[in-house]
Design a protein around this ligand. Structure first.
Ligand code: KIV
Length: 272
């Protein structure tokens, strides 16, 4: 695989995302955690790559996003950054790296920008972390917000079901979204909320709203392992599978095992 960079491509910036919203062009976003996959996604025209803390689930096999550390996120992020020519790379601040206070949050964001050479960070939460968001943005670091189902709070929610179905939670979400825009976030992810509410948020904000299980908003994000059908045990309603890599990889590996066992591989042409 070539690792050469193509520097002639027009890079996606936070400003370009805003322009895309203004002209009604939808934003495509996927997660990425490693160099080889990120290279394919970037070359395929993805606008935004999210080094999500979902790496905790799909890369490391944990049940939740809580165990992944800042050092591990930096490792994944630096691998993705090295692969990318065009996409904007957003990196999640993992659980425990920002909740203490705004100085801790800023230090964690700085480590991601400096050590992984990331383009921006994402952080879960609304008014309760407003000082942290303001402090990170005032240091010149672009911030993407994340509201609705925020998986780092799963033990507080108790379930992964749709959030903000009730009026009170919906009103708080709308208020938080407006606050994130006022604080200077360049975009917001809305996860698993009613489509009608998400549409209202997208209409009221001038920054892009990217949805996952949030209906038709300014853009969409999916976990790459889910949409490629590598993971099989996760089938929420919002997930569209674009490939069945589980089957393709399984068949390829099965054939390899068969050929090795039978002595068919390697043949003369494949030997020195
Ligand atoms: O970590 C992640 O993959 C995410 C997306 C689900 C938005 O935050």
């Amino acid at each position: 695989m070539s690792t050469a960079k193509n520097s002639s491509l027009k890079k996606i910036t936070t400003h370009r995302l805003r322009e895309m919203k203004e002209r009604g062009e939808k934003i495509s976003m996927l997660t990425a955690y490693d160099f080889s996959t990120a290279r394919i996604l970037d070359a395929s025209g993805i606008d935004v790559l999210l080094v999500g803390d979902s790496a905790s689930n799909v890369m490391a096999g944990h049940e939740t996003t809580l165990p992944i550390t800042l050092d591990q996120m930096i490792y994944h992020a630096s691998s993705v950054i090295r692969a990318v020519d065009r996409a904007l790379v957003v990196v999640d601040l993992p659980f425990g790296s920002y909740q203490g206070n705004s100085k801790e949050a800023l230090n964690s964001a700085i480590r991601i920008m400096k050590e992984a050479e990331a383009h921006s960070i994402k952080i879960e939460g609304g008014s309760e972390i407003k000082e942290s968001i303001a402090r990170i943005i005032s240091a010149g670091i672009p911030v993407m917000g994340h509201l609705g189902l925020t998986p780092q709070s799963i033990y507080q929610f108790g379930t992964y079901t749709v959030r903000a179905k009730e009026e009170e939670e919906a009103a708080k979400l709308l208020e938080d979204a407006r606050l994130l825009e006022q604080l200077g976030c360049f975009a917001i992810v809305l996860e698993k909320v009613p489509a009608k509410l998400a549409k209202k948020v997208a209409e009221q904000l001038s920054i892009p709203v990217i949805g996952i299980g949030a209906g038709d908003v300014d853009g969409q994000v999916l976990v790459v392992n889910d949409m490629l059908g590598i993971t099989k045990d996760f089938s929420p309603r919002f997930l569209r599978r674009y490939a069945d890599l589980n089957k393709i990889i399984g068949e390829a590996v099965g054939n390899y095992v068969k050929d090795v066992k039978s002595g068919d591989f390697p043949n003369e042409d494949e030997s020195y």
